[in-house]
Ligand binder design. Structure first.
Ligand code: SF4
Ligand code: FES
Length: 339
């Protein structure tokens, strides 16, 4: 069946959603997505960041759809016409959603490890207001320690449910859901119940914001100071294909490889992610490429790996250690009884 998105026609299989059709076209007709994740089943429909205008329902029933539609949950009909970037109404709706998402999200990008690779930061850049209109107090949660590998910042969570689906589908543990409702809705208890699984680190990669971050990387560097390289190793638990984030000759963190929609290409195990931080553990393939506009490109690393040597000044490392001590939550005890 045929669908036209922002004037571009594409033929797709029945059952394709508008978001998937837009991704097939690519470029700036792709709506933003904060909760849909193509690598996980049953995602989408929670954030409303992907709203679009359906100006023609189908060939059989050409009436426009009166409300803005979540493209990740709207199936394509033959002859449908959709506006993503060419609709003022859709743009306004996405702006409103962005404002809502930011109501409770702390503006702590300067100290957040996700800064530079945060989907909410990107969404705000394109659809956000210059100033906040929200004067009330933001929703806050008590810090909770969910283990030695993953840092949870519930204040930053946008309740996208991606980690819940990862816990269920990748870690195979069904102890999850949202606890409480409204302003008190939180996801932490359920995440901590699945945190011991050997694939649990993938929750860090799927989290669109800085609510789940890598404790072994915490406050080590801003992502744009790292040089990401694709690498692989023989692993019997996962594909072993990763991105190494290097500072000089030091591997500061290991993540799964992410595609142009910021989704992981293949999930990786905790052993690859957390236990192999020596260059000799990996076969390095070459620099990982990012979108032209990505802040990660600030750090030019187009030269071959064997020639890239950056000496890290002792003073910089000492400064980082002091920062880490000051802002880290090490003093928050890890309550195993809560699991
Ligand atoms: S912790 Fe992250 S992945 Fe999980 S629901 Fe919150 S924002 Fe989504
Ligand atoms: S991506 Fe469609 S509702 Fe979240």
């Amino acid at each position: 069946m045929k669908v036209t998105i922002d004037g571009i026609e594409i033929e797709v299989e029945p059952g394709t959603t508008v978001l998937q059709a837009a991704r097939m076209i690519g470029g700036d007709v792709v709506p933003p997505a904060m909760c849909y994740y193509s690598k996980l089943k049953d995602t989408g429909g929670n954030c409303r960041a992907c709203l679009v205008e359906v100006s023609k329902g189908s060939e059989a029933d050409p009436r426009p759809m009166p409300k803005m539609m979540p493209s990740c949950k709207t199936g394509v009909m033959d002859g449908m016409e959709v506006k993503v970037k060419t609709s003022e109404r859709a743009l306004d709706a996405r702006k409103a959603v962005t404002e809502f998402l930011l109501i409770n999200h702390p503006l702590d990008c300067p100290v957040c490890d996700q800064a530079g690779e945060c989907d909410l930061q990107n969404l705000s850049f394109k659809h956000g207001l210059e100033k906040t209109r929200f004067k009330e107090e933001k929703r806050t949660f008590e810090p909770e320690n969910i283990g030695d590998k993953i840092q949870l910042h519930m204040n930053r969570c946008i309740l996208c449910y991606r980690c819940v689906h990862t816990a269920e589908q990748v870690c195979g543990s069904r102890n999850h859901g949202v606890l409480n409702r409204g302003d008190h809705a939180q996801i932490s208890t359920y995440v901590s119940a699945a945190i011991d699984h050997e694939m649990s680190g993938n929750m860090i990669d799927v989290c669109p914001v800085g609510a789940l971050t890598d404790k072994t990387f915490r406050f080590k560097s801003r992502v744009w100071f790292n040089k990401p390289f694709d690498a692989h190793r023989n692993c019997d638990k996962c594909c072993g294909k990763t991105t190494l984030w290097m500072f000089g000759n030091e591997i500061q963190r290991v993540t799964a490889r992410k595609d142009e929609f910021h989704e992981v290409e293949e999930f990786i195990c905790n052993e690859c992610r957390f236990d192999h931080k020596e260059v000799s553990d990996w076969v390095i393939e070459g620099p990982r490429k990012f979108e032209k506009w990505s802040v990660i490109n600030q750090s030019n690393y187009t030269r071959k790996m064997d020639k890239v040597v950056i000496d890290t000044e002792k003073q910089i490392l000492e400064g980082r250690d002091q920062d880490r001590k000051k802002i880290s939550m090490k003093e928050v005890p890890y309550k195993t009884s809560e699991k």
